[in-house]
Design a protein around this ligand. Structure first.
Ligand SMILES: C[S@@+](CC[C@H](N)C(=O)[O-])C[C@H]1O[C@@H](n2cnc3c(N)ncnc32)[C@H](O)[C@@H]1O
Length: 407
């Protein structure tokens, strides 16, 4: 983060006639905000009117008092300004309903073979801090910032009406809320929410327990990669699913007749993997533990695989974390490449905005050197259409994957 962004916003000014509560931004931020970039950092704020409550909607103006737009303002937040619109429109339930409708139409005809989809992807859908995933009839909601917390009833009302979901739960237990001065919140929102949330991905009947699951419950964003990798395996081949969570990749591969091993440090997730495999009449192996340690163990056991996926958590939450994250990728990829049979595939994925495709390729190149392997880059993929990447919001590109084929 730019050190200028860390300055507290202390300068407050009296109200301005004809406007709601106002926040004045510096000239440096105008072009960005008018270009639909949704975040204003502390260093972008010239002054804020006295008495703005945390997360309140404000009118954003330039130094010349020209109107820029409206957004949530939280003087104490890590990102004080979160833009919602460039129009002079009311931020009411009608506004939130329009945004949800736009998000649904953005996805129209794009997602196939499943009854689960990310309905709202926060800033990428013009609704800062609101994430909603639909699993069949049930909606999972995350409200991440002070503005969404203030407008929770309006947002939930809009989601209920526009998605038609019969039931919903909340999993707003994310680190971002702490940085906004908010407590984590989880619980039932409306309707009858079963403990076990069920949905379909292709021929697989999947489920998770919503209270103990990670994030909103399931990593919908890897859907296309799961299909791509499973499409490459043949019956009887060996498949290794590293950082597996509930084994989405493993289960797709098992459905194609592969013998699978999943590695994760989350025992509950591996328990779900086992239960889902059983429910789908599949067999899926699992090893509980640290991924790098289990990989080393598999190498010592002289195991061989035909396809491997490495899908770690966000190893780089800040730019400074990139070198360490690359080292983890290199270690894991070297191990995977050593155990891959010739002609086998390795998929390396990152959900960290700060890690670029080139970082994955660099890490893979060093790993191939260590493993004494040659590999072809067969594909580079990005997040699916229900996790939109909006041109004006560079941070909305987060999931990048490279598919390698060992020579
Ligand atoms: C992005 S998720 C994987 C999602 C999964 N591939 C899917 O398709 O559902 C990352 C997973 O890594 C696991 N994890 C994090 N650190 C780990 C570690 N050091 N060793 C093993 N697993 C780890 C987490 O528990 C989480 O399940």
């Amino acid at each position: 983060m730019n050190p200028a962004n860390k300055k507290p916003i202390s300068k407050t000014v009296p109200g301005r006639p004809g406007l709601g509560k106002t926040v004045t931004v510096k000239a440096q931020a105008l072009r960005r905000l008018r270009g639909r970039y949704p975040f204003g950092h502390a260093g972008d704020i010239l002054d804020a009117q006295a008495g703005i409550e945390s997360g309140e909607v404000v009118d954003v103006i330039g130094e010349d008092r020209s109107f820029v737009g409206r957004g949530y303002f939280n003087a104490g937040g890590a990102t004080p300004l979160r833009m919602l619109t460039l129009e002079r429109e009311d931020i009411d339930e009608g506004f939130y309903r329009r945004r949800v409708r736009e998000a649904i139409s953005r996805r129209s005809g794009q997602i196939h073979g499943t009854d689960a989809m990310r309905v709202l992807h926060a800033e990428a859908d013009g609704l800062s801090g609101v994430v909603a995933d639909q699993f069949g009839e049930v909606l999972a909601v995350q409200l991440r910032n002070a503005g969404t917390e203030r407008h929770r009833e309006l947002i939930l009302g809009a989601l209920k009406k526009e998605t038609g979901a019969g039931a919903a739960y909340e999993r707003s237990d994310v680190g971002e809320r702490r940085r906004e001065g908010l407590e984590p919140v989880t619980g039932l929102l409306w309707g009858e929410v079963p403990e076990r949330i069920r949905f379909r991905e292709d021929e697989l009947q999947l489920f998770f327990d919503w209270q103990s699951a990670q994030k909103t419950g399931f990593f919908l964003d890897q859907r296309d990669n799961r299909r791509m990798l499973a499409g490459l395996v043949k019956p009887g081949q060996q498949f290794l699913d590293v950082y597996s969570y509930t084994g989405g990749f493993s289960l797709h591969a098992a459905l194609r007749g592969a013998q699978t091993v999943a590695i994760d440090k989350d025992a509950a997730a591996l328990g779900i993997l086992e239960a889902v495999a059983h429910a789908n009449k599949l067999t899926a192996g699992a090893r509980l533990g640290d991924a790098l340690e289990v990989l080393a163990q598999l190498e010592r056991e002289k195991r061989r695989f035909d396809a491997v996926v490495l899908d770690p958590p966000t190893l780089a939450k800040r730019r400074d974390d990139v070198p360490n994250a690359k080292r983890v990728f290199t270690t894991a990829a070297a191990s995977a490449l050593k155990m891959l049979n010739p002609g086998g595939h390795l998929l390396i994925s990152t959900c960290a905005h700060y890690l670029k495709v080139d970082d994955l390729l660099d890490a893979a190149r060093v790993a191939a050197g260590e493993a004494g392997a040659a590999a072809q880059v067969v594909a580079v993929t990005y997040q699916p259409a229900d996790h939109p990447f909006m041109l004006a919001v560079p941070e909305s590109l987060y999931l990048k994957s490279v598919l390698l084929r060992k020579e």
